[in-house]
Unconditional design. Structure first.
Length: 95
């Protein structure tokens, strides 16, 4: 496992790729708008429930959303199982 602190980088890429507003995402994922804003702006890390809701909403795993997968492993996963991660296929993953 890759040890990292929470970073909203992947979440931000998924949000941009979705083309949706924070209001749409928070309503659709069942997360308060102010909570989503605080998470995105790195004011505090998301709870487990919020991570699960966001991962389900974007079609990724919690590990991927949290950055707990190395870039090499992520590339391998996307090549072998692209249908399981539609959210990541809509955005460019950069180091």
């Amino acid at each position: 496992m890759v040890e990292k602190k929470w970073s909203p980088d992947i979440l931000n890429k998924l949000i941009i790729a979705s083309g949706k507003t924070y209001d749409q995402i928070s309503a659709d994922a069942g997360i308060g708008r102010s909570t989503l804003n605080k998470i995105i702006n790195h004011r505090y890390p998301p709870s487990a429930d919020i991570l699960i809701a966001l991962a389900n909403y974007f079609g990724v795993t919690v590990d991927l959303l949290c950055g707990q997968v190395s870039d090499e492993a992520l590339a391998d996963i996307l090549i072998v199982y692209p249908e399981y991660f539609p959210g990541l296929l809509r955005c460019s993953y950069e180091k």
